[in-house]
Design a protein around this ligand. Sequence first.
Ligand SMILES: [Zn+2]
Length: 456
Amino acid sequence: MANELLIKNIRYLLTMADDPLDHSSGSAILIRGNQVVEIYPSGTGLPEADRIIDGSKYLIMPGLVNCHHHFYQTLTRSLPRAANAKLFDWLLYLYDIWAVMTPEDLRSASAVAAAELLLSGCTTALDHFYVFPNGDNSFFDAEVEGVRPTGLRLHLTRGSMSLSRKDGGLPPDSLVQTDHEIMNHTADVVSRYHEPEPFGMLRVVPAPCSPFSVTEDILRQTAALASEKNLSLHTHLAETEDEEKFCIEKHGLRPVDYMEQVGWLTEKVILAHSVWVNSDEILRYADRGCAIAHCPTSNMRLGSGIAPVVDMLKAGVKVGLGVDGSASNDSSHMIQEMRQALLLQRVKYGATSITSRDVLRMATVGGAQVLGRTDIGMVKAGYAADLIGINLDKIWYAGAQADPPAAIVLCHTDNVDLSIVNGEVVVEQGRLTKIDLDELVSRHNQNSAKLYKRAL
Ligand SMILES: [Zn+2]
């Protein structure tokens, strides 16, 4: 029989499943193998288990779901020449550095991003990887090698760019591939890595970088592949006003209209950002079942604008949160991202427009819906054992015990104290259990320094 883990005497349980046991103290959760099998109210007899964790200091809740990231960008955080630029100028500068990245650079970058996400409560992440220097497809395998040892559940995109600067795109020639190469390798990694079954730890998502960095043909072919293989589809859309102008000049269409024309407004699609969308486009997202990865820190950092998330939620659009890449957020902290989402929406819509529960929902069950999953996002019998514990006796929550879930959003939160992914304890007492973090940070800093030197 699979190993059993019991978390007992829980201080505060937040299931996100509207369970009657929500908020009750003294409850317990039994995990068998990679699933939650039962939740016990306070005062009931508890079974034996191979391992028992005392939950008397913890808020226990579902692990957070990060819907948009670029792990490789942990190599180029907070670079002076990119720190104060808007998106297109920022991209033009950084592409030339990313173009000389090696698979080993990506291995350490992916492990660093995964480690930061796990420490900040994320248990599942979608990583939008689309940079294949000199057409080297082994970068995809390097990212898998970087993330797997950390224990993070991963939706890894096979991203793509096919329009270089000479074709009116932004990346250099060495970062683009032909349509044929892109589609062949996408089919290859789907067959080698994609785990569609419940509790799958690695799923593959075709993901052109953006409508302005690939051909129309790639957009149509990836949509057809996603439909045939029942895969999600991902890209950036309507991130900046510059993109809107570019799309109107090049195609005579606004970004959302262009995507509709190429068959991309479907329930498979996850769109990062969507800052520059109008009310008609929001209704179309809701009608077609398109999902949005909202990235508030990145939108503020690049000065891109405020996404109309409150209007999207009212219209019934699926919305999750993303920290976005580490060159436009510089931090991969999921709990901070909830806080940023709450505060930024209030700047636009006012204090009563959105609550801590709304952003907690976006970061858990909302994110699971965005990724097309019904096995994560809640603490519930039959769901994956992906959950986190936060010590409510920390100084950040002193005087904030009246509503602990709101406290972790509104007060300062550093890291989680406990994280379990797929039934495995990956963070314990605030420390990663599966990898040597000091060794990783040292190796990654060396890789990052060597990368800048090569790019100069
Ligand atoms: Zn992005």
